[in-house]
Design a protein around this ligand. Structure first.
Ligand SMILES: Cc1ncc(COP(=O)(O)O)c(C=O)c1O
Length: 356
């Protein structure tokens, strides 16, 4: 039995997306591919409000997250950490042989503009990483206010992960001054995993040109040279790019404003349900994510038992991530979900809670 996914990624995929993935294959050096690639990157630019280059990488998000530090950290990197994925990004930065410092805040808290300012004012850093929406804790950091701070440090290249927020909230990449915006597609974008997207500003490309050890697979300059021909350095996941082409059409058919509003109302509904059912919100309410809710298990419920019962009913439930597993649970409201899906799911959770 297929379990309907309410976990924070991968998420449910629309049947027409799965159909698009079955499009007969083409070669990536054929003109048909260049047409597809050109259309997809042009639509991504519209979605991301950017004139920067947009690249398609055949990998999960962490491939590009690693590639970005290999390309963009020259001197030293400031990694802002407020959860499992941002902690891991610091580890990855060090594993790439880069000088880096972690600026950690407690899980459940956002990265603040004050923290970013304090770190960068030391003058030690020429790059920084930040996860906009920490999927492990359900925290959305205040990106516009952080971007304001970043604008005062023109020598620092900003690398921002929007894996679980891109398309669900407005993220105008150029207005925010993001040099490298990265996302994988299996969360907010609602595509099967395996494709990642990233932007590179002129500043980012100029930095990459000065950095040694960029490797090949994620070399930003290779991506730029191939982008001139609407192509990629190595063979891309063409089936997923067909799926993305279709998904972008669906986004524009829904209307971006409507898409953002749908996510807002789903987030409000789930937060309300959590509180009304005697659970807490793990983050401060003002920093709660728009795409998933991380709830505190204040009722001390056996979440593993709930997960098992929900599984038997045909739902995939998440009982927390990393060091807060069992103490929290996460309900995703991202991608193509709607309020009716969430009402169905929360009613099933309530039913399971009466049975344990
Ligand atoms: C915010 C965020 N960044 C990065 C990742 C890592 O993505 P991937 O496993 O696709 O490399 C995840 C995955 O859950 C995530 O939620």
């Amino acid at each position: 039995m297929h379990k309907k996914l309410f976990i924070p990624g991968p998420v449910e995929i629309a049947p027409e997306i799965l159909e698009a993935m079955a499009t007969p294959m083409i070669g990536h050096r054929m003109k048909e591919y260049a047409q597809l690639h050109g259309r997809v990157t042009a639509n991504l630019k519209k979605l991301m409000f950017t004139d920067s280059r947009v690249f398609l990488a055949t990998s999960s998000a962490f491939g590009v997250m690693e590639g970005a530090v290999r390309n963009l950290v020259g001197k030293r990197c400031a990694n802002f950490c407020n959860g499992a994925f941002s902690d891991k990004w610091h580890d990855v930065t060090r594993r790439c042989g880069k000088e880096a410092d972690a600026f950690k805040v407690e899980w459940g808290q956002p990265v603040t503009p004050e923290l970013v300012d304090k770190a960068l004012s030391s003058g030690k850093y020429d790059a920084m990483t930040l996860i906009h929406n920490e999927t492990s804790t359900g925290v959305m950091s205040p990106l516009p206010a952080i971007a304001e701070v970043l604008s005062r440090y023109p020598d620092v290249v900003s690398i921002i992960d929007t894996v679980s927020s891109m398309s669900a909230v407005k993220l105008p990449v150029d207005e925010l001054g993001i040099d490298c915006c990265i996302f994988g597609v299996q969360k907010a974008f609602a595509l099967p995993p395996g494709l990642a997207v990233f932007t590179a500003s002129e500043k980012a490309l100029a930095r990459a040109a000065t950095v040694e050890g960029r490797g090949y697979y994620f070399d930003f300059l290779e991506f730029a040279a191939n982008d001139d021909k609407d192509n990629t350095p190595s063979t891309p996941c063409i089936s997923q790019i067909y799926a993305m082409d279709r998904q972008l059409e669906r986004f524009f058919a829904e209307g971006l404003e409507n898409r953002w509003a749908r996510h807002r109302s789903m987030a409000e509904y789930v937060r309300g349900w959590v509180k009304a059912n005697g659970f807490g919100l793990f983050p401060d309410e003002q920093y709660c994510s728009q795409t998933l809710t991380c709830a505190t298990n204040t009722r001390g419920v056996d979440l593993a038992a709930v997960k098992k019962l929900l599984g038997d009913l045909g739902y995939a439930f998440d009982d927390g991530y990393g060091k807060i597993k069992g103490k929290t649970f996460r309900i995703a409201h991202m991608g193509d979900m709607n309020l009716a899906d969430l009402r169905e799911f929360t009613a099933s959770i309530e039913e399971c809670l009466t049975r344990i």
